[in-house]
Design a protein around this ligand. Structure first.
Ligand code: SF4
Ligand code: SF4
Length: 235
């Protein structure tokens, strides 16, 4: 996107980036890192991180705390005392660009939340809409956390690509919400979470024969089969 080309990427420095299951699987493939190297859980009692996007998960060690699965952040190498996404390739600050020019180093595998920013899906009208961007992405008004140099205009966004990304994100978030509902019925330790996710996604695709057998066994649960009963399919 043109406006991002000369930017220090304040968005990748400011926000907690929620990741959904499909992001986890894609990041493991694309980055050759493990879940523990790029993901963390952030307590989100006020629902500010999850927003209307990511589900909350509960874990055995803190069952009453709602957590959101997010990308880890690291200390910025070029803007001391600030943080950024570990996948950000930070450019060196120079006179003309005092904050440097930075780029996503995981562009092909970047999470859905990054793919759709700064748009969101308007469910009622089934159309993408542009967020109004605040001046800073954090309350702390450090220049590193400054966001876009101006508001996005409709012309800045490819209407086909953005609609596709939003629809995929909407579908994947819906699937991840079902995974969260299944996990939260009987929360397990945080250490078991990535294996659980991999199991669900490895068994996401069914053959027609498996679907027919599941429908015979429990017709009312057929639509949740992959999420609710992943163990049965790996046995
Ligand atoms: S994955 Fe890429 S786009 Fe997303 S926050 Fe990190 S650096 Fe930015
Ligand atoms: S802060 Fe705005 S202009 Fe800069 S990289 Fe992020 S979306 Fe692009």
């Amino acid at each position: 996107m043109g406006m991002c080309e000369n930017c220090h990427a304040g968005c990748c420095r400011s926000y907690a980036i929620p990741i959904i299951g499909a992001d986890v699987i894609r990041l493991e493939r694309e980055s050759n890192l493990t879940f523990w190297e790029f993901a963390c859980r952030w307590a989100d009692p006020q629902g500010e991180i999850a927003g209307n996007y990511a589900p909350h998960f509960h874990f055995q060690d803190e069952p009453s705390t709602p957590f959101v699965i997010c990308l880890k952040q690291v200390e910025s190498k070029t803007l001391p005392g600030t943080q950024c996404c570990q996948f950000l390739q930070e450019g060196t600050p120079v006179t003309e660009q005092p904050l440097g020019v930075s780029r996503c180093g995981m562009y092909q595998g970047r999470p859905s939340a990054c793919r759709v920013f700064p748009t969101k899906y308007d469910v009622e009208n089934e159309l993408p809409i542009l967020h109004t961007i605040p001046q800073y992405g954090r309350e702390e008004q450090n220049p590193a956390y400054k966001l876009c140099p101006r508001q996005w205009a409709k012309e800045d966004v490819d209407p086909i690509a953005v609609a596709h990304e939003l629809m995929i994100a909407r579908y994947e978030v819906g699937f991840f919400n079902r995974i969260a509902a299944a996990w939260n019925r009987s929360p397990k330790p945080w250490e078991k979470f990535p294996a659980f996710l991999r199991d669900v996604y490895a068994n996401r695709i069914s053959t027609q024969q498996e679907m027919e057998q599941a429908a015979e066994a429990a017709p009312q649960t057929i639509r949740l089969y992959q999420v609710d009963q992943p163990q049965k399919k790996t046995a």
